[in-house]
Design a protein around this ligand. Sequence first.
Ligand code: FAD
Ligand code: SF4
Length: 305
Amino acid sequence: MLPLPIFKLERPDTLEQAVELMAVPQSRVLAGGTDLLPNLKHRLETPKTLVALGGLRELAGITAEEHGIRIGATTTLAEVAAHPLVNGCYPALANASKTVGTSTIQEMATLGGNLLLDTRCKYLNQPQGWRQTIGGCLKCAGHVCHVAQQGTGCYAAHSADTVPVLWLMGAHIEIVDKDGLSTLPISALYTDDGINRHVLPPGALLTAVILPEPRGFVAHRKLRLRTAIDYPLLLVAVRREGAGAVAVISAVGPRPIEVRVDNAQDLVEAAMAVTKPLNTHIMSTSWRRQMVEVEVRRALEATTR
Ligand SMILES: Cc1cc2nc3c(=O)[nH]c(=O)nc-3n(C[C@H](O)[C@H](O)[C@H](O)COP(=O)(O)OP(=O)(O)OC[C@H]3O[C@@H](n4cnc5c(N)ncnc54)[C@H](O)[C@@H]3O)c2cc1C
Ligand code: SF4
């Protein structure tokens, strides 16, 4: 069993207290902990303070808004998957939530934590002793990237199951920090850098996900080795737009990729042209690339049913 490092645990009762605590350097948000705590056990990071959001009732739950719904950041994936408003109007989000890990993980894991899930790589998400045998890597305690040895960046894969569907649904996130409240489209949240994976300012709290009225049927596909537990080898979401179509493809690099075509028949080819899986997963890159063709086609077909 891997022990946790020592940290201070803060449990604020109000959002104001949480924002104040997060303004202290080396503080990190603890939501469900299903990503963060394993990463701490693997010594991928060692924050001094964890700020637990469980006491902030205003961050939990799903409410109908005038033009859509609002999902609090600490709403669990099990709650998202079971909610009648989500199932009725945004079924792809319910489906994507149900594919995260296992049902026990979905009971703990939050939607906010899923959006801010750390990027993953087969050379990184290993116990510390395993990593030390290869000298670490650019993302943790090393000087070389084992995926691209001449590379100067990190290509660890964005692996959050709910993101491609939320992106196609036009979702925004609500953020609070010491400068106040702001919103950002999910499509603008991520970067091409597997280390600094999103654009949230240090100390910012994600408070809610805002979904506009449904924009049409979204098909969702997840490729993984086993139909439970496993992180994605590939994620695809597709929505038709008149004669055209738009896809969001993820788990192939640090940032999801959007592909838009005027003629839906061109979608598979366009997706193949921009998707270049790297050696970040245990399955081969050539097979994962072939599966882009298969999964985009399947998702596109599902939008016509
Ligand atoms: C065995 C196993 C299998 C898994 N399989 C999958 C999978 O298939 N697909 C998948 O997507 N995930 C998977 N996960 C990862 C994880 O369970 C989910 O991504 C989950 O949704 C993370 O949410 P959380 O609330 O537990 O986040 P946490 O672990 O609490 O936090 C994750 C990160 O987000 C930050 N954070 C969380 N909430 C906020 C907030 N409101 N504001 C600012 N920062 C915040 C934290 O500081 C941390 O950096 C798996 C995990 C395990 C252990
Ligand atoms: S892509 Fe390279 S730098 Fe990033 S986690 Fe993997 S090995 Fe490390």
